[in-house]
Design a binder for this molecule. Sequence first.
Ligand code: NAI
Ligand code: UGA
Length: 430
Amino acid sequence: MNILIIGMGYVGVTTGLVFAELGWKVTGLDTDANKMKSLSEGRLSFYEPGLDSLLRKHLLTTNIQFTTDVEGAIHDNSIIFLCVGTPSDQDGSADLRAVRIVSERIGSTMKDYKLIVVKSTVPIGTNANVTQWVKASQTDSYPFDVVSNPEFLREGSALHDSLHPDRIIIGSTSEHATQVMKALYAQMNAPLLITKPKTAEMIKYASNAFLATKISYINELSRLCESLEVNVTEVAKGMGLDHRIGPHFLRAGIGYGGSCFPKDSKALLYTAKENNMELSILEKVTQVNETQSRHFLDVWEGQLGGFTQKTVAILGLSFKPDTDDLREAPSISILHQLMEKQAIVRVHDPVAKLPASLLAERVSQFDTVEETLQQCDAVILCSEWETYIRADWAHLRNVMNAGYIFDGRNMLNGEQLATLGYHYYGIGNR
Ligand SMILES: NC(=O)C1=CN([C@@H]2O[C@H](COP(=O)(O)OP(=O)(O)OC[C@H]3O[C@@H](n4cnc5c(N)ncnc54)[C@H](O)[C@@H]3O)[C@@H](O)[C@H]2O)C=CC1
Ligand SMILES: O=C(O)[C@H]1O[C@H](OP(=O)(O)OP(=O)(O)OC[C@H]2O[C@@H](n3ccc(=O)[nH]c3=O)[C@H](O)[C@@H]2O)[C@H](O)[C@@H](O)[C@@H]1O
């Protein structure tokens, strides 16, 4: 069985390489010819640990190849994974244009049986739409199945998450398709849940929304902890020891970012609205997230005595460490707020680059932490890269002007930093 993956972003490339590693023959297809060229030459268009060496390995084993020839790729492969983007539309709904275009193209091109696997995160009912779009574009009625197989990987640990998933969800109405999916994943040691396509689609949204809820819960609590002088990190540790609660996704911070929690929460809220239902908890979850960085910036402003004309460093641009993804990154919202407050901003990230549109007279990016901190009054830590945890903070105190550290991820040891002459403040961790 040959596998075609359509959409060579984070999910498509990772999925393709995982199947190549499992020994399948994989073809990657994307409309972006530059991406296909660089992938064919062993270069990724994004930063994700471990993927580049696996890519080079499987270009040599010839388990993976890349193409922009849509017709040829559809003809040559009987299993087709859809991994195209489903970004937020202006009204918060998921933009399904790419899913539709690809479905119609498969329909108009296919000449024999195809198993179409929807891995993109799509609203509940979309698998049925894909079936309609394929059928409506067929010139002859060739058989096909559509299966939902949502993806749960995290950026920064995409390869590990995909090779060792907590579960594999398959939404299928066809026994044949279910058996093929089971064979594809047979080497993976993970619970397999076979369910209806709509349920599989809902499991994906419900999981992301629940994780976002855990984060917003602890983040809102961190505001109360801040004013009561209670340490939220210790509270989370105490809560997490209860196995019914668990320790994960209870790290208070400046809010969740990334390509999925904000987008998928909005899309689920839109689906609820379309069905005249309320998801009031999820509404609050997004509100808390949208106000979290502003809340703590105000607190820190009081501690610093104002940001106006102060030189402030932002360490960590990406929405989390080990990725260069800036989508919905809290650092960018903080950067805008600092600009409004007329601060001079110096930024650093180990891999992410600030878009040219954000570089301004008062905003510059530097290559090293030391250069970035020169003459700074304050540092705001936005993502917990190892580089910052391991930095020589004793030495860095000498390059800074005033030594204010505002730790938006509660990642550094405040007591130790205080002995080095810093004024250390985090998120509800007093
Ligand atoms: N990024 C992540 O960590 C995760 C993403 N997802 C979901 O997976 C889907 C893909 O996400 P990402 O990989 O982050 O997206 P991405 O934006 O990185 O990549 C999407 C790719 O699809 C390509 N594309 C768009 N239209 C196309 C077409 N008509 N034909 C061929 N290629 C086309 C684009 O050029 C791009 O390379 C989304 O639905 C997302 O919600 C699910 C789990 C994790
Ligand atoms: O659908 C998706 O795209 C993916 O979304 C998230 O993965 P991802 O966004 O890559 O990264 P996470 O590790 O979940 O972090 C998301 C954001 O939450 C923040 N976060 C996470 C955990 C925590 O305790 N506190 C917290 O603020 C992170 O800093 C980051 O900004 C989910 O964890 C994946 O399971 C899912 O597949």
